[in-house]
Design a protein around this ligand. Structure first.
Ligand code: AMP
Length: 546
């Protein structure tokens, strides 16, 4: 017998309506590239989002057609998040840090009908416009009096466009499985592939993000959204914040530590989310002045980080210097992205501080709504004993079922599991510890060495800014670790000093065969270490005496 309850479609427009009616006066603060603060509210953003829907009608963008954005985190970008999806079009957030050839590829692949862009991207727009046959309209996200001169056909000004549009009286109602947003994976090799989210997956994912043991958003939060709106739905923040009425702070392009600090302080942010590289820079800036800087007004309670592993030293510094809990999360573009979050269990309430940090260093436990499985090379299930290393597989309501336009073909196995390509252990409490991307793993004498763990230990050395570990060939052990170190400014760590530091912290057979000091380390467009490039450059390095 079926239950007798209503089924209302889970549409993003319901989040927007909820925020506008229940938290209409809650602020949306954004900072423009010049540092000027703009204040809006959920009510105002929702009203303008309805105008966006009408404006897209006027631009002849069909229901279900993708619309691209090339933009930093701002109130206008947020209005597009709500208005494009709410009106039944697909919001395609393009990462402007990709190479122009990649951007050209993905906008053509998505067949975006128009592009909304920040004026700072005019040179990129002019370069790309002749190469994008599907794009009929270019909308600059600004006021008429700051409309830049752009050599493209069909140039429009966002503010003029939405001033001319009437706000739609009601959002359209349609199937909750309709596509809502589109995001391409960064793809360090091969062409980027599109992940097409649905309204249903997005709303369910927002519920999961708000849950107390994941990102734990509430109406009392003020969230600094450092993670770009073009990276994996900005970890759901725009949707989850609307679901609970949290104040949103959108920092624009300036992500230098001082700008971040000022926003945290001036806006009374309680939570902030961003990749570890941002926090690495932030803490390096704070370190020399932490005894003298004025921390009054700082209400920060939690920072959440993912995309790469935040090192132990980062977790400890946030705790010791600012009294902030770092929530470590893991996921992928293909998983919306939230899969695991590192919240404490009841047993951690009385645990020693170091035990809590031991827990935080892990990638966290799976949140409700997704399932994880650990498998060996033959697909056999591995025990959750905290020791067995295998590949993570995932399935659930906000996990991909196939890439856009079926690129890459079948991606699920017969039971619906998606292979993450990540190697990990899972402990008896369910905490996942990522050891590597499978393709980055170092196989030494039949055993696996975790590059992530050596990297994270190395950055706890006081003179080290960032570290990377790659495999180099070895005649006996097949592969051995090579450590690349980017030192902190003004510091000169030595090879012997680094090895000595590591020797008391890792097993002897994990010790790097050599340490090389580099000026900087290469990163992908989403801030991950670009190991393909490091392998190309240093993969055949012969250690001193080797
Ligand atoms: P992306 O789709 O660009 O967000 O990349 C997803 C990949 O980033 C995952 O498959 C992991 O390899 C890596 N990743 C995400 N979160 C973490 C984390 N907390 N620690 C280590 N690696 C992570």
């Amino acid at each position: 017998m079926l239950g007798l309850m209503q089924t209302r479609p889970l549409l993003i427009s319901t989040l927007v309506d909820y925020a506008a009616s229940q938290h209409g006066g809650r602020e949306i603060v954004s900072r423009d590239p010049e540092g000027v603060i703009h204040r809006s509210t959920y009510a105002a953003v929702a009203e303008r989002a309805r105008r966006v829907g009408q404006a897209l009608d006027m631009l002849d963008v069909r229901f279900g057609q993708p619309v691209a954005t090339l933009a930093w985190n701002s109130f206008r970008h947020l209005e597009l998040y709500y208005g494009v999806t709410g009106s039944g079009r697909i919001l395609h957030t393009v990462n402007p840090r990709l190479f122009p050839e990649q951007i050209q590829y993905i906008i053509n692949h998505a067949e975006d009908g128009c592009v909304f862009f920040d004026p700072v991207f005019v040179p990129l727009v002019e370069q790309l416009a002749p190469l994008l046959p599907h794009v009929r309209g270019w909308v600059a996200l600004c006021e008429a009096d700051s409309l830049p001169a752009v050599k493209v056909d069909g140039l429009l000004c966002y503010e003029d466009l939405i001033a001319a549009a009437e706000p739609a009286a009601e959002w359209p109602v349609f199937d909750e499985n309709t596509a809502s947003t589109l995001c391409y994976t960064s793809g360090t090799t091969g062409n980027p592939k599109g992940v097409l989210y649905s309204h249903r997956s997005t709303v369910l994912h927002a519920f999961a993000a708000c849950a107390a043991d994941s990102l734990a958003f509430s109406a009392r939060d003020t969230i600094l959204t450092v993670v770009p709106l073009f990276h994996a739905n900005a970890w759901s923040i725009p949707f989850a914040a609307a679901m609970c009425g949290a104040k949103l702070v959108l920092p624009g392009p300036r992500l230098d530590p001082e700008s971040i600090f000022l926003l945290l302080q001036q806006e009374g942010c309680t939570a902030a989310g961003g990749i570890p590289t941002v926090w690495l820079n932030f803490l390096a800036w704070l370190e020399p002045q932490r005894d003298t800087i004025d921390l009054s007004g700082l209400k920060l309670q939690r920072v959440f980080a993912g995309g790469t592993a935040p090192p132990r030293a980062m977790i400890e510094k946030f705790r010791d210097w600012l009294g902030v809990f770092l929530l470590h999360a893991w996921g992928m573009t293909e998983t919306s992205p939230l899969v695991t979050a590192g919240s404490p269990l009841a047993k951690h309430a009385d645990a020693a501080p170091e035990t809590v940090v031991d827990m935080q260093v892990n990638q966290g436990r799976q949140v409700y709504g997704v399932e994880l499985k650990l498998v060996d090379a033959d697909g056999g299930k591995l025990p959750h004993d905290g020791r067995s290393v295998g590949e993570l597989k995932v399935r659930g309501n906000w996990v991909i079922s196939g890439y856009f336009k079926n690129e890459g073909g079948q991606v699920l196995d017969a039971q619906g599991w998606f292979s993450t390509g990540d190697a990990a252990t899972i402990d008896p409490d369910g905490y996942v510890q990522l050891t590597d991307r499978l393709k980055d793993i170092i196989k030494s004498g039949g055993e696996w060495i975790s590059s992530i763990e050596i990297e994270n230990l190395t950055v706890s050395h006081p003179d080290v800014f960032e570290a990377a570990v790659i495999a180099i060939p070895h005649p006996v052990w097949q592969e051995r670790p090579l450590l690349l170190v980017h030192a902190k400014e003004g510091r000169e760590p030595t090879r012997a000093g680094i090895l000595d530091f590591l020797s008391t912290r890792i097993a002897r057979w994990w010790m790097p065969d050599d340490v090389l000091f580099v000026e900087s380390l290469p990163h992908t467009a989403t801030g991950k270490l670009l190991k393909t490039e490091l392998r190309a450059r240093y993969g055949n390095h012969v250690p001193a005496g080797g």
